[in-house]
Ligand binder design. Structure first.
Ligand SMILES: [Zn+2]
Ligand SMILES: [Zn+2]
Length: 284
């Protein structure tokens, strides 16, 4: 998302929404190939660890299945992490045999595809194909949705941003994880298809989103010049409860029309700090 957002920020669409940067975008994606390859390598590693964790849930000793260690009578202490573990290629079959938490065959087919690409990148220095962002999004979204069906992607993404090296600079006033996210959120909701968004968040693309007033203020989005409409991370659970996918909090709301003339919002805050503040335009 960061790679995509970098381009969209420098080459925004025309006022009338026409995209006149198609050639430039293609050129940019060409120069992203090394990073796309890194993404595939990390995805392969992440998928492998996720499968190993499912095996571990049953018993960590299953991880050394088929790689019998040789013991000596004079053996010094052995460290479990030094044992050779199951080959990546065998992991899908082991997971679907020993775990109650089986993964669909399509997951394993994509896992195999990613693993082969990674091997080419590692052993030959290049994947031998040009990666397209849409194809990567399709692959990564499907893998994530199968591994983590709880649909907490925004919260996971937020936690990830809060733990990168840049998080060292998050002072909560002029720099924050939310400020990093706000630059990518629009790209996320426009680049992914409705079914992809639904598989990650539980809601289709056109489901109305609202501002979480707490996250908006805690992340100091205003200090970065961000408008509440650019940071909508909450969905209505029912008529009077809003659930923010970033902070995972639920807030009671009043269903009254926003007093602002040009705002059609009808979801107002009820907390002490945000009593009567509109969850659509952010104005009191
Ligand atoms: Zn929130
Ligand atoms: Zn409003």
């Amino acid at each position: 998302m960061h790679l995509l957002a970098d381009f969209e920020i420098s080459f925004p669409p025309d006022e009338d929404g026409v995209d006149s940067w198609k050639d430039e975008r293609e050129d940019y994606y060409q120069s992203c190939q090394a990073e796309f390859q890194n993404i595939i390598s990390f995805t392969a590693q992440a998928n492998e660890l996720a499968l190993k964790s499912r095996v571990c849930e049953v018993s960590p000793y299953l991880l050394i299945l088929g790689n019998e260690p040789k013991f000596k009578i004079t053996q010094e202490d052995l460290d479990f992490t030094d044992f050779r573990t199951i080959d990546a290629v065998d992991l899908p079959a082991v997971v679907n045999t020993v775990s109650n938490n089986r993964l669909p065959i399509e997951f394993h087919q994509r896992y195999s595809k990613i693993r082969k690409l990674r091997n080419r990148i590692i052993h030959q220095g290049a994947a031998g194909i040009g990666f397209k962002p849409n194809e990567l999004i399709l692959l990564l979204t499907a893998q994530y949705a199968d591994l983590w069906p709880q649909k907490r992607f925004l919260n996971d993404w937020f936690e990830y941003i809060s733990s990168t090296r840049f998080s060292f600079f998050h002072d909560g006033k002029w720099s924050s994880a939310g400020m990093e996210l706000v630059e990518m959120l629009d790209v996320f909701f426009s680049a992914l298809t409705s079914s992809q968004i639904e598989s990650l968040t539980g809601y289709p693309k056109n489901k109305r989103r609202y501002v979480c007033l707490r996250c908006f203020s805690d992340e100091a989005i205003e200090n970065a010049g961000g408008h509440p409409s650019s940071f909508r991370t909450a969905y209505l659970l029912n008529q009077t409860t809003l659930h923010c996918h970033l902070c995972d909090e639920q807030f009671a709301v009043n269903r009254l029309d926003c007093p602002e003339d040009d705002c059609k919002g009808n979801v107002l805050g009820t907390t002490e700090q945000h009593q009567g503040v509109c969850h659509t335009c952010g104005l009191p």
